[in-house]
Design a protein around this ligand. Structure first.
Ligand SMILES: Cc1ncc(COP(=O)(O)O)c(C=O)c1O
Length: 361
């Protein structure tokens, strides 16, 4: 039998003596549910990645969300907002197009509320991510690569969503590409947390773009608080966002094949485009320099910062790392995949990753 702990209630005593309350930091309080655990992600100082030690770099580790990515935030926000407005009831079927992370966030929220969830993904979806969505109870609809080269995979997914929406009487398509709850979740969550953690002293925030929800949310918070923070959008070569020209892209989550409604009317002060190989190099380098396993888009964003170092001397910068390297072990972190898919042999990759200073003891 377990011995009673020193503070255990003695038999017959119904009330515990008062104990002094302690200040519990928000990130350590007990959560009421998995959805309540979304947000309050850590902001981590990165000290070995850059060559210039005067650039103070932090990474916002969105992989710490329970679904493993930044997309937990808009997923919960979009579902909660639709429940609050009466748009979603117990019988509503949720349908969404996703490149995986939004799907995982939605599958999680829908399972929590016991809502039927159908997610439309394309053939680029990694089997492991599909398995996560299925494990969370979602039904998966996988769209094959279109035969018409002018139709990209996102367009094919959206066409399938339209078909599904027409099939059900009580159906809701959150549409992360146009839903204002998407940027709002990042304005009140991601960027507000960065602002609070650094007391408003943020010179530059670097954001990967796809639906542009994260970017829009950061811009809205910065404008609302009148912060002097500048935002750098990091997009993929081959993405059509911000005047880009469509071309094949491999790393998921970065870039867009069509202009999302959320991006319309949004101007960016600074845009940097990165290649699939940049994403790999950034992921490999931060794994070595700071023991952080980040996902492909975050690797690309980090390489963008590395490329701009000369402009960032003395500044405090934040990179929002949308997901974890755990989801990219068989791609970004696999030498064979990198050589076969991106044509970069391991010795060349090692050169690009470069040497890092890790003497911390
Ligand atoms: C890994 C990853 N990085 C970046 C993004 C871009 O975020 P947003 O859709 O807010 O532009 C996404 C979006 O799905 C993502 O999954």
């Amino acid at each position: 039998m377990l011995a009673p702990s020193p503070g255990a209630r003695p038999p017959g005593v119904t009330r515990l003596p008062d104990v002094p309350s302690i200040e519990v930091p928000p990130a350590r309080r007990a959560r009421t549910s998995v959805l309540d655990a979304v947000g309050d992600t850590p902001l981590i100082a990165v000290t070995g990645f850059l060559d210039d030690p005067t650039v103070r770099l932090h990474v916002k580790l969105e992989a710490a969300n329970p679904g493993g990515s930044a997309k937990d935030r808009p997923a919960v926000a979009m579902i909660d907002q639709a429940i609050a407005s009466g748009r979603i009831t117990r019988s509503t079927v949720i349908v969404e197009s996703t490149s995986c992370n939004t799907g995982i966030g939605l599958a999680q929220a829908c399972r929590f509320y016991d809502l039927r969830c159908i997610l439309v993904v394309d053939e680029r979806a990694r089997p492991q991510n599909v398995a996560i969505m299925r494990a969370l109870g979602a039904e998966l609809d996988v769209v094959a690569t279109p035969t018409d080269p002018n139709v990209d995979l996102l367009a094919a997914r959206l066409a399938r969503v339209a078909t599904l929406v027409a099939e059900f009487d009580d159906v809701h398509w959150p549409d992360q590409y146009s839903n204002p709850a998407n940027p709002r979740a990042h304005a009140t969550g991601t960027m507000a947390e960065i602002d609070a953690a650094l007391d408003g002293h943020v010179d530059v925030v670097f954001v990967a773009v796809s639906s542009t929800g994260t970017l829009g949310g950061c811009l809205d918070h910065i404008r609302g608080r009148e912060l002097p923070t500048r935002v750098v959008a990091v997009d993929a070569y081959g993405s059509v966002l911000f005047g880009g020209t469509r071309a094949p892209r491999i790393i998921p989550g970065l870039g867009a094949g069509r202009l999302p409604a959320l991006a319309q009317g949004r101007a960016v002060e600074r845009l940097v485009r990165v290649s699939d190989l940049d994403c790999v190099v950034g992921c490999r380098r931060i794994a070595r320099s700071d023991a952080l396993l980040v996902g492909g888009s975050a690797g690309g964003v980090l390489q963008a910062v590395r490329g701009m170092q000369a402009e960032l001397a003395g500044l405090r910068c934040v990179v929002i790392a949308a997901d974890s390297g755990h989801r990219y072990l068989d791609t970004v972190f696999d030498d064979g995949w990198v050589e076969r898919t991106l044509g970069c042999p391991p010795d060349r990759l090692a050169e690009l990753v470069g040497t890092v200073t890790t003497a911390r003891l």
